[in-house]
Design a protein around this ligand. Sequence first.
Ligand code: SF4
Length: 412
Amino acid sequence: MLGLYLHIPFCEKKCIYCDFYSLETTTLIEDFVETLLVEIDIRAALLPQSKLHFDTLFLGGGTPSLLSAQQLERIITRLQKHFTFSSDAEWTMECNPGTVTRESLRQYKALGINRLSFGVQSFFEEDLQFLSRIHSKDEAVNAIQMSRDAGFENVNLDLMFALPNQSLAHWQKNLETAVSLETDHISAYSLIFEPGTPLNAMLQRGEVRAQDEERDVEMYAWGIDFLAARGYEQYEVSNFAKNGKMCRHNSIYWQGDEYVSFGPSAHGYISSEFSPGEQDYMRYWNVRSLQRYTAMVRSGVLPLTNSELLSEKERMFERAFLELRARGIRKHEFKQDFGIDVDIALQALIAEFTKDGLLRDTRERLMLSPRGYAVCDAITLEAITLLERYCGIAWKQLSVDDETILEEQELV
Ligand code: SF4
């Protein structure tokens, strides 16, 4: 599978916990769209023939729903000029419930978007205000209902747990509300205090307290059981889908498949003959600054801040890490791609954690059980340690260089 990601770097208001690259303005959107069209032209001309057909399209951000239907249409038309999509391609668009209307949702549908992902986070007004979300509980509920009316049959809700002062009862109510709205997919994330965010500064100043770990685990475990009982299948640490409606685009990331990305701060992962005669895998990062992105693209160059070729071993570690946190390591593919027999390399892990009911070991996959997801960090760490020992090398986790982590100051 091959995915296509577009990063739309604008938000009406920045949420206090968010470290995604986005600017609190709408006045630069039109200019950005023009630049994005040029980036699509530049990158399309450089991609090999085998990377011009996609199975998924994901508009993320930021807040893609701040773009007008006309702007979205121009972007999609430009994509279709260069690329083709599978007839059943999944086209997801992230939306803020405070930015959609009946009309805009109908327009998204007409453009070919067939999956919506709403950042709701909570159905309690005090949580929404604390997180500085721009929408109310009612707007979130209406957005879901309007999506159904507009004909969307695949809708995701993002919810957050372990907010400071959040009770287990409130978390339970949030999940019950999401389920009562018959959403097809729920992403349930524990609140993270990301460095550099206002929320983290509040934590440092002692203005908020993180939930204790025990409560965090209790909320997560309750969610897993509750959603399983309501027919939602967990297929990644934080993701649950009903009726097989797993997010195909995110599954591309979690299976180590390839994706091409556009927009400031976006990163992609593609294979090609970057070195003569060899099939290489490359990860690239676009600059995390709209100003530099615009300047580079307008002068006809790719807006890259960094790129690197991955060795086979690096890809192998990464695949094991990602797949174990999702639907499990696919043993046959792992052996085929890296020549490593999972049953042998991870023998000790399998013995230890299947006994405790934290891992499930089938002929096809080695996967976490619902209880295993709750301790997945410990299990994946152990798996990587065993693989390192088996291969005789240490895994250097890939990371964006410092330049891209530090968001540049921009006047907007
Ligand atoms: S709306 Fe989404 S992308 Fe924008 S600041 Fe909030 S969480 Fe981040």
